[in-house]
Design a protein around this ligand. Structure first.
Ligand SMILES: *Cc1c(COP(=O)(O)O)cnc(C)c1O
Length: 509
């Protein structure tokens, strides 16, 4: 079987069955990580490409022997390291359809039905965020292209590869608008010689803000960090001070985070939105994580104010439990897409637009693009918004239970009360005097031991002077008893390490 077509469809079925059976077996092994150290994994997975190909059986056998055992299983209830979820089966089914149909979202004639499904879903997401129709929007067009009348005052958006790309789009459009207001078309002319604009975000904001600022030719140094409070949320007094110091005219954008990567903190969205509205500053809300609360019955109020953003980042390959990649960028005023409009005759000709044929390449940084929207649509259709919300809420509940357990444990220190579903803490055995450096090494070792010994996948991160262990609970099946189990194993491992290495280990290179 080479290409997927009508002649190979029988074989396709057989091979897909075989592959699914292998996946099933791997899942049934119920390991969180059965692989080895980085060196062992590197040795086990070296590839060997020959002039002659091999048959599928041999390749699948290698996948079974070498690849799968060296994967972390996001499906496991003890896999709690990152914003990296177990995936919904409906998402896997969607992936099969995405791959088999291989629609490309750049032009309508490469994705006829998919284009409309994505457009509908974007509209649905805009409504979910309560983006309002803005009737006195100024229309700026940079080309003579006719503007779709219906699109004039509407919100818009596009699916992206994830939060990093969505944040890039937010900053790109904010940058263009900032310079347009100063009479400069930087999309055409570039920024050489132009005055510098400042991007304000909290010191807990995602690193992609700085990386994207560099990509946009603004430089990392145009990103100025606003201090955060003990919970990790942006300090309003400091934001105000920064805007005054910089002058509102020199602020290109404020980026608020709804769900910071480590603490899950949510910046005070309503207060930030009020300042941005008064000062006419672009507000981008990075809700890559916290956007999941849009479906939550219990916690939706935590992201109240999201509707005031000019642009929003959402990620569905995190707390929406969908396979990578799946994200969206939403824009309050679709007209702002005009500043990045490019026409290429072969994809989005003005004639197509006259005929009302949508070619989504106009709104995307990508050209060829996956039909990732299918995963979200099928998942929403399957679960319904209510049960989707329950899955999300389950994770938040478990995080709160985990925090209680840790708070009441004599040998652990809880660093913060969870807001979404991350819990930061560290092992600090009572009656043992260890320096901060020793504690850091001990905690890092605990996380490594738990993974290598196939017990749990937990992350480490730095918070203030402490190296912390981090649970990111994105598995709705993870229960308080799983947390108890992991904490017990952490305690055993921690004391083991202490006993075996005390006095010598911590000074070892
Ligand atoms: C994960 C994350 C991102 C980056 O998203 P990717 O999908 O990994 O590119 C951006 N911002 C926040 C707050 C995140 O948690």
């Amino acid at each position: 079987m080479h290409l997927l077509n009508e002649q190979t469809s029988e074989q396709y079925l057989t091979q897909i069955h075989k592959t699914s059976a292998i996946i099933k077996e791997w899942l049934n092994d119920n390991n969180v990580y059965s692989g080895g150290t980085p060196q062992q994994v590197q040795a086990a997975t070296s590839i060997n490409i020959q002039p002659q190909g091999r048959d599928i059986e041999a390749i699948l056998a290698d996948i079974q022997d070498k690849f799968l055992p060296n994967c972390v299983s996001t499906a496991h209830r003890h896999c709690l390291a990152h914003l990296h979820p177990p995936t919904l089966v409906i998402g896997q089914i969607a992936e099969m359809i995405i791959a088999a149909t291989n629609q490309s979202m750049d032009s309508w004639n490469q994705s006829p039905a998919a284009t409309y499904i994505e457009k509908d879903l974007v509209e649905w997401l805009c409504q979910l965020c309560q983006f309002e129709t803005n009737d006195d929007v100024q229309i700026h067009t940079q080309t003579d292209a006719p503007v779709d009348n219906q699109a004039r005052h509407k919100a818009g958006g596009v699916f992206t590869s994830g939060g990093t790309q969505s944040n890039l789009m937010g900053l790109l459009l904010a940058r263009n608008k900032f310079y347009t207001a100063k009479g400069v078309d930087v999309h055409k002319e570039g920024m050489l010689g132009q005055p510098r604009g400042i991007i304000l975000c909290s010191d807990q904001a995602h690193f992609s803000i700085e990386k994207n600022a560099a990509l946009l030719g603004l430089g990392v140094r145009c990103v100025e960090k606003v201090k955060s409070d003990a919970s990790g949320a942006m300090l309003m007094s400091h934001l105000q001070q920064k805007i005054e110091e910089t002058g509102a005219d020199n602020v290109m954008a404020v980026v608020a985070t709804a769900g910071t990567t480590d603490l899950g903190a949510i910046d005070p969205l309503i207060d930030i939105a009020n300042i941005c509205r008064d000062q006419k500053i672009w507000l981008h809300i990075d809700a890559a994580w916290g956007g999941a609360l849009l479906l939550s019955q219990r916690y939706r109020h935590l992201i109240e104010g999201i509707q005031a953003a000019d642009s929003i980042t959402l990620d569905f390959h995190k707390h929406f439990f969908l396979p990578i990649s799946c994200g969206a960028f939403l824009l309050k005023n679709q007209q702002d897409f005009e500043s990045i409009r490019h026409h290429s005759e072969y994809l989005n000709s003005p004639d197509d637009e006259k005929d009302n044929i949508p070619n989504l390449v106009t709104y995307s940084l990508q050209t060829t693009r996956r039909f990732d929207a299918l995963k979200l649509w099928m998942a929403l259709d399957f679960l319904g918004t209510k049960d989707y919300g329950v899955l999300i809420d389950n994770c938040l509940r478990t995080a709160r239970q985990a925090a209680k357990r840790i708070e009441n444990h004599a040998d652990f220190v809880l660093v913060h009360q969870p807001i979404i579903s991350s819990v930061l803490f560290y092992f600090k055995p009572k009656n043992t005097a260890l320096s901060d450096k020793q504690l850091s090494q001990l905690n890092r070792q605990i996380a490594q031991d738990l993974l290598i010994n196939n017990i749990a996948n937990v992350a480490t991160t730095q918070f203030e002077q402490h190296l912390c262990l981090k649970f990111t609970i994105l598995n709705p099946n993870t229960q308080a008893c799983d947390i108890d189990n992991i904490i017990e194993q952490m305690t055993i491992t921690g004391f083991d390490r202490l006993q075996n290495y005390e006095g010598q280990y911590y000074d070892a290179p």
